[in-house]
Ligand binder design. Structure first.
Ligand code: FEO
Ligand code: CA
Ligand code: CA
Ligand code: CA
Length: 599
């Protein structure tokens, strides 16, 4: 039996699962239920999923592909809202080879309709029953690439840098990775790998810094819609309209979603809000690129409990900072091996370096709009610390400390690249690490902080140099490539992973970590996802012993004809599994799915 990290939800941790295993594994006293799959209907007039005859019109009324950020917002005991994004598509397993070769209009238009967001009403007949989708629920909504209009807020809104021949509104949101639900009940999500959707001349400093090139894109949307090629007259700035934090209001299906320029433009993993004891509001966000930065936005205004209309404006004006980490051990003791320095900790102090103060640029040579649209270049000028791919950054609701998942960085310390430092201490960091930040004075608007590394990930059984805040490394579950983060009601951190198969050779999973007392650093694996999948969400309702994960890109290395995965429509969990409705008759392959785990 697990230790006392959560009296609400004891479980016996699972063993790591070999990376070619096509199973969803949960602790022996739990079962899992598919909640909603790619292609499932949202509306009363949604067509039935038909893998051989997909259309954009059908997909726009069905659940989209590859969910990352996930929340289940309980409205009362028997009603909830599922809010999820649809980060990207795996055309190689969504469509038969014949269509991939000969029916690209279909493939491309369905792909655009499978990106975006879904809001889905859930209900249950009693509190210990699994949640069920309400087809045709009044709040059900799909956001798609072609159809859904967003507006910009903040200092760069209205700037010429954000205008195209279509004006200054923008259609769609792309590459939505992690996110966060705000204290005022909206959902934030980060537009992460947006560069992959656009062709560009690739010659400017900004193009290069954002990874834009004069190459045909993977999905080839530029052949169908001129806005995906920045070389087309009138669409030079279309690409500037992606790479933002978006905020959607799941409570109002008629609301216009927003892209907040105040939080800057980069490969936003997501954003999470902290409201401190003085009602100051911070939004933390990582730029998920090797050697890119960690950011914090501080609202110009305070949170007002109960005033939703006011709180909805908090991300429109404020100050934007980028993090500089300084270690307290001699550089000579950070040798890249992951071995602790002689003071026994990777730790030190940090500074939030200002880029914008109350909506005004403080970076030489950058206008207000330029800091926000070309944030990476502005941050380069102020001496921010190059990080090992900041993924989710999440404040603890119980302590206010902030946790930064640095997923990995295969290039750290290699020729011509930044050397290891105390905040990113491993050469060719394969397994990643997690940094804990304590703001000075426990204030969300502090400009200085203290930090330490909570976990240096890896598998001690394979000889990796690991660290679990002093917890014996041979007593924890092996873990690699931390990505999305969440907290339970007891203040434990839950970590989902993406990339473990390539590193320590296990399927990705979900892990609980104690943060306080004798259980600080105790990592216990709760769940393992099927072959080729990444674990997303997660959502932990430990008061009800419920966990939700989005199983993203199951079987992504396979093909339509030769699937790597048959998730979720198999009975992979032995006698305890609960299968969904039979799979579509003409489709055997995997379907990205949001799963509920329950006793
Ligand atoms: Fe979509 Fe940074 O993971
Ligand atoms: Ca130290
Ligand atoms: Ca992620
Ligand atoms: Ca990731």
């Amino acid at each position: 039996q697990s230790a006392q990290t959560d009296p609400n939800m004891p479980f016996t941790r699972i063993d790591p699962v070999h990376f070619e295993t096509d199973e969803l594994t949960v602790p022996e006293t739990f079962a899992w239920v598919p909640l909603i799959r790619w292609g499932d209907p949202l509306f009363t007039d949604s067509p039935t999923f038909d893998a051989m005859n997909q259309t954009a019109q059908a997909q726009a009324k069905q659940f989209g592909y590859n969910c990352d950020y996930t929340d289940v917002i309980r409205l009362d005991d028997l009603n909830a809202l599922l809010v999820v994004n649809h980060e990207y598509t795996n055309e190689n397993i969504m469509f038969p080879a014949d269509q991939l070769a000969n029916d690209l209009d279909r493939v491309r238009s369905v792909g655009r309709a499978a990106h975006g967001f879904s809001v889905v009403e859930l209900k249950r007949p009693r509190v210990d029953a699994p949640w069920e989708v309400v087809v045709g629920g009044a709040k059900n909504r799909r956001f798609t690439t072609d159809e859904t209009e967003f507006v910009f807020t903040g200092p760069a809104a209205g700037s010429d840098l954000l205008k195209t021949v279509e004006g200054d509104k923008v259609r769609g949101t792309l590459g939505n990775c992690s996110g966060g639900t705000t204290p005022w009940g909206t959902v934030l999500s980060g537009e992460e790998n947006f560069h992959g959707y656009f062709r560009s001349a690739g010659t400017s400093a900004t193009d290069k810094r954002y990874g834009l090139a004069d190459n045909e894109t993977v999905r080839g949307w530029e052949h169908q819609d001129p806005r995906f090629d920045a070389r087309n007259a009138g669409y030079e700035n279309e690409i500037n309209r992606f790479g933002w934090i978006v905020e959607i209001d799941p409570m109002d299906p008629t609301s216009t979603p927003r892209k907040h320029t105040s939080l800057g433009r980069f490969k936003h993993e997501g954003a999470n809000i902290r409201v401190d004891q003085n009602n100051a509001v911070a939004a933390y966000s990582g730029d998920d690129e090797r050697f890119d930065y960690l950011y914090k936005f501080v609202s110009a205004n305070k949170y007002v409990e109960g005033d939703r209309a006011h709180n909805m404006t908090l991300l429109e004006k404020g100050s934007l900072y980028v993090a500089k980490f300084t270690g307290n051990s001699p550089a000579s003791e950070i040798d890249g091996s992951g071995k602790l320095p002689s003071d026994g900790a990777f730790d030190g102090t940090g500074e939030w370096l200002p880029l914008m103060v109350n909506g005004k640029s403080v970076v030489d040579g950058f206008s207000d709009a330029e800091v926000l649209v070309y944030t990476r270049l502005a941050a380069d000028k102020v001496g921010a610390t190059k990080m090992d791919r900041c993924e989710d950054v999440q404040p603890s609701p119980t302590t206010g400390k902030v946790y930064v998942a640095c997923t990995n960085n295969s290039k750290r310390g290699t020729a011509g690249k930044a050397a290891p430092d105390e905040a990113n201490p491993r050469t060719e960091n394969r397994d990643g690490h997690i940094i804990e930040i304590a703001e000075n004075g426990d204030r969300a608007d502090a400009t200085m902080f203290r930090w330490n590394i909570l976990i240096v990930a890896g598998d001690v059984a394979q000889g990796d140099a690991t660290y679990f805040s002093g917890y014996p490394a041979d007593k924890v579950s092996p873990i690699s490539c931390p990505d999305n983060l969440a907290f339970d009601s007891q203040g434990n951190l839950w970590i989902s992973t993406d990339g473990a198969p390539d590193g320590i050779g296990y399927n990705d999973g979900l892990f609980r970590v104690g943060l306080e007392g004798t259980e600080r650093g105790l990592v216990e694996q709760f769940l393992s996802v099927p072959r080729d999948a990444e674990t997303c969400g997660p959502v932990v309702h430990d008061d009800e012993k419920h966990v939700f994960v989005a199983v993203q890109h199951p079987g992504e290395e396979g093909t339509f004809e030769e699937p790597h995965s048959y998730f979720p429509d198999y009975a992979a969990n032995g006698a305890r599994s609960i299968t969904s409705e039979p799979n579509a008759a003409n489709f055997a392959g995997p379907r990205p799915t949001v799963v509920q785990v329950l006793p």
